[in-house]
Design a protein around this ligand. Structure first.
Ligand code: WT7
Length: 653
């Protein structure tokens, strides 16, 4: 099933493998004994790591309370402050002069932020937000470019116990509005804009539009000046960051929060049109972020320079730019812009400049670099790199091999890390220096994590079999629910196979029992590692006056993994079907959701394939979108529809 949809079936014939080098194995933090420890006492294992990696203000009395399943409570009775753990304690331990963030702006401006600097900036922001009335439990929306103030703002919220809801800067005003409304945010933090592709890209006007559509909960907007472009500031509502934050005191006494205090909400696409507000809490989330960041990347905070190329607007940025690395006292690079600005070697120039030793990026970026050619990275000294990570979608073996060979100089382990917004942190991944790596496979659940592949009945498949990926035991950084929607939480993740977590991914176990991820089995697409819902784009399309019906599929794409392809039926009165209309519809989707959701192709058709119960058979449309022979259409209400669609498309060409 899943295999046929993703075009990744070749993965299973991959026979190359890469045992860890002796040298790496000697230096690796993680040892094979982690697996044994976790196996003999899973909860004791997590309790030990939590106490080892975090500073608890009040120790916890119980590791896991699962009595209210599927809502877990981890490290019950414990109290801690996430910002204190990410900042203050490193300063107290004498590491205040260690660089926390090497910021590299797209235009070439740089900032070096030590842990002491970070402490002052976070304290000032926390004081300023508190002056604006933000307290524990209040939600704060953050709509920002990739600049240090974004990290300051998130940590300031964490310090106050105010859950942040970061909305990716590429989302539209409408998408921002619906997220602000759902979370009932009190404060919005934004910037005039950021730099992308060599030019300022504005953000504040979208906030203005989002608030103009109605957002009664919002009392203030704090705006960082980044690009210096002219902005409209609404009197009494909008405040400049440099006015309110810079003048605030840099001393702030933080309060310890309950282990289960909500740390953030992050909206992600599901199978319906409405995004889900995934809720993460403090103690368990921070434990697993720090544990995975340390062990999966073999982090040595005193000597490594780490760089995660994700945007803070996604969960990868939350867990592996903000909470994991900073909890571990790491030194990291933060880059604002696009990889080809001002030239295609920008990323490798950054690796050389800062001596990056650990790089974490997405397969789509790797494939793009492959396309640009290996002579580009060859111009730079990449010898500082020692661990390479991949995340966001299945990595095809060729991209994996290229990554290890061209970027890693055949020295570096590559870790393919599987996880989701919902899991909060990495779940399935090889351990560098430990696992005999197989290109294209995320391989094994981390020590302390229980995953399996099951069939339609929920029974584990034997080695060599395929089915659905499930998580069979609760884990510390698991989502605690969907904001204001407990029913949807149970229904989405816990009803398919009672008592175990359904991830929505197809997977196979190879002959060694290693796990290979095969893509989503639901109506969720993965475009360049971004998660998009077919239904959400369909509703954006039908909200256009010229569209009567729409069906969206993710078609296999060599660079972006999947590409959005839309089939639309026009309203009776709309006669035009040419390029202008297609452009109009693509722009409409960008306006409704954001540029990332724009369909690559829009095909105007006269009918859509539906079952007798009226469900669109996307599988058949996917065949058309991927130029394949159309599969079994016998369950269609009208079996001639597919012929009609194909005829129509032929004549349109
Ligand atoms: C979906 C989650 C995890 C942070 C970024 C995406 C896919 C993610 C892998 C991987 C195969 C992967 C899955 C998953 N995915 N990592 N290493 N191999 N697939 O987070 O937006 O919540 O998307 O991304 O389909 O369910 P997300």
């Amino acid at each position: 099933m899943a295999e046929e949809n993703t075009g990744l079936s070749n993965l299973l014939h991959e026979e190359r493998h890469f045992p860890p080098s002796d040298e790496f194995a000697r230096h690796a933090v993680a040892g094979a004994e982690l697996y044994d420890q976790a196996k003999s006492d899973r909860l004791g294992f997590w309790a030990d790591w939590s106490r080892k990696l975090l500073t608890w203000d009040t120790d916890f009395t119980e590791t896991l309370d699962w009595s209210d399943a599927p809502t877990a409570s981890w490290f019950v009775g414990g109290k801690l402050n996430a910002a204190y753990n990410c900042v203050d304690r490193h300063v107290e331990a004498g590491n205040g002069d260690r660089v926390a963030i090497h910021f590299e702006g797209e235009p070439g401006d740089t900032r070096t932020i030590t842990y002491s600097d970070l402490q002052r900036e976070v304290n000032k922001a926390a004081n300023a937000f508190a002056d604006l009335g933000v307290g524990a439990g209040d939600r704060v929306a953050i709509y920002m470019p990739m600049i240090p103030e974004t990290v300051f703002a998130m940590l300031a919220c964490a310090r106050l116990g105010a859950p942040h809801s970061v909305v990716f800067g590429g989302y539209s005003a409408d998408a921002l509005n619906s997220r602000i409304l759902d979370a009932e945010a009190k404060l919005v933090i934004t910037a005039d804009g950021g730099y992308r592709r060599g030019a300022p890209s504005s953000l504040k006007p979208a906030v203005d539009d989002a608030l103009a559509s109605g957002a009664p909960s919002v009392t203030n907007v704090v705006v960082v000046r980044r690009t210096g472009e002219e902005m409209t500031m609404t009197e009494g509502r909008d405040l400049w960051w440099h006015d309110v934050v810079d003048s605030a005191s840099d001393q702030h006494a933080c309060e310890a929060m309950d282990s289960e205090h909500p740390l953030f909400i992050l909206y992600t696409s599901g199978t319906t049109g409405k995004p889900k507000g995934i809720v993460h809490t403090t103690g368990g989330y921070l434990t697993q972020c720090a544990y995975t960041h340390k062990n999966v990347f073999d982090l040595h905070p005193e000597s490594d320079v780490y760089w995660c190329s994700a945007d803070v607007g996604w969960v990868t940025g939350h867990s592996y730019i903000v909470y994991g690395p900073l909890a571990n006292g790491a030194t990291q690079v933060m880059y604002e812009g696009t990889p080809d600005t001002p030239h295609k070697g920008r990323w490798w120039e950054i690796v050389e400049k800062y001596g990056v030793s650990i790089l974490y990026t997405a397969p789509t970026a790797i494939r793009t670099c492959m396309k640009w050619g290996e002579d580009i990275p060859a111009k730079y000294d990449l010898s500082s790199l020692r661990v390479l990570g991949s995340v966001g979608e299945p990595i095809n073996p060729e991209a994996w091999i290229w990554y290890r060979h061209v970027i890693g100089g055949d020295r570096t382990p590559v870790v393919d890390t599987w996880w989701q917004t919902e899991t909060g942190a990495i779940m399935i991944s090889p351990l560098p220096g430990v696992t005999d790596a197989k290109p294209g496979s995320a391989q094994v659940p981390l020590p302390g994590i229980s995953a399996d592949v099951v069939d339609d009945e929920g029974d584990p498949v034997p080695d060599g079999g395929g089915g659905y990926l499930v998580l069979t035991e609760p884990w510390p950084s698991m989502l605690r629910g969907i904001w204001k929607n407990p029913e949807r939480f149970k229904e989405t993740y816990w009803s398919r196979f009672p008592g175990i977590y359904f991830a929505g991914d197809g997977a196979k176990k190879d002959e060694d029992g290693d796990i290979w991820l095969l893509g989503r089995v639901d109506d969720v697409m993965n475009v360049s590692g971004h998660r998009l819902s077919t239904t959400e784009i369909e509703s954006a399309l039908v909200s256009h006056e010229k569209v009567a019906e729409a069906a969206v599929v993710g078609a296999a794409d060599a660079t972006s993994g999947q590409a959005v392809v839309a089939f639309v039926i026009l309203r009776g009165t709309a006669s035009d079907s040419g390029d202008a209309l297609v452009k109009e519809l693509r722009d409409h989707v960008a306006h409704e959701i954001g540029g990332i959701a724009k369909p690559r192709r829009i095909l105007v058709v006269s009918e859509l394939p539906k079952t007798r119960s009226g469900k669109i058979m996307r599988r058949l449309l996917q065949d058309v979108a991927e130029n394949r022979e159309v599969g079994d259409a016998s369950t269609l209400a009208d079996s001639s529809v597919m012929d009609l669609i194909q005829e129509g498309l032929k004549t349109a060409k």
